[in-house]
Design a protein around this ligand. Sequence first.
Ligand code: FAD
Length: 336
Amino acid sequence: MASSPDVIVIGAGVLGLCTAAELAGRGHAVTVVDPGGPNASSVAAGMLAPALESLLEDLTPEQAGFLKRARDLWPAFAKAHGLTLHREGAEWRGPDAAAAIERLRELGFEARATRTGLLTPDDWRIDPGAALTVLSRTPGLSTVRARVARLAGDARRWRVEAEDGRTWFAPSIVLATGAAPATPGLPPMVAGLVESIQPIRGQLTQVMVEGPGRVVRAPGVYVAPVAGGVVVGATMEPGRRDLDPDPEEARIKVAAGLALLGVEGEAGATRVGVRGAVADGLPLAGASGPPGLFLALAPRRNGWLLGPLVAAIVADGIEGHPAIADAAALDPLRFG
Ligand SMILES: Cc1cc2nc3c(=O)[nH]c(=O)nc-3n(C[C@H](O)[C@H](O)[C@H](O)COP(=O)(O)OP(=O)(O)OC[C@H]3O[C@@H](n4cnc5c(N)ncnc54)[C@H](O)[C@@H]3O)c2cc1C
């Protein structure tokens, strides 16, 4: 690790690494501490899907606009950090495509009818594994394999202590620990916020078939391209953080995915991740109250979509810049 980083980011998921890369790009010496291994971000399908998420979650035009503005940060972020965006759009093959097209247009998205449903050019995609690797190699960013066991802070700096006893100091830290329980040593108010994060287990299964080359979604199932095939997902299981794959659930989902594509194929590995969410479904991003303690947590099912937005908000907070308009919706102190 850099001998004295400006910022220590705890957690190397999409929120931690986007924030670390943003800060490093702005010239800060950043260290990311994470024990390594799979996380929700590496398991995810990588959809950047403001349009079909808004349709499926029945969002208001204001909420849909927020997701679209978050997506619009991706091209510049991807360019700055050497990430590849896939912008082939996504298909919806659910019932009543005409009504869905109308709804999408009301929400400010483009959509056109296809033989099987609709296509929107507004939903994009990224390869999560490749993107995490590229972000972790950002110049100015160093990574340490360790699990943080304890934090302690005063007005001047934070002390970050790993399970193996190694200790580091920085004036600012960013907690990006996903759906994990509160790290010991957090001030009680912040620990309470972290403990309010609900885990939502999700699993998806790889299938070696030639897909249509873009995301295809229908009620209760989606199929997304990955190297060598597709992934079929994903479950939303609130309250669960166990990581063992459920083979029966995987079988049902894969059957639905293959039926959606009208092909046959053999299921491969099933992967499980745990998303974190708070009551309004939006992340906790920015200053948490105590000096130098910032949060990048709880993006629910849109962590990839919201990564650059959370990163910009946290980096602005650390640099003391005025917050951008969308920061208020993600203010960790908004629940009062
Ligand atoms: C099956 C599935 C499919 C999904 N598909 C999509 C999708 O298509 N598009 C989309 O936008 N989102 C998707 N999501 C949601 C998205 O994956 C999550 O919102 C996002 O990954 C959460 O990122 P995170 O950085 O908050 O947490 P995580 O990715 O969980 O990262 C948290 C990190 O913190 C580390 N950590 C925890 N405690 C400590 C500690 N004490 N010390 C050090 N490190 C610690 C962990 O090791 C982990 O690496 C999907 C999720 C799942 C489960």
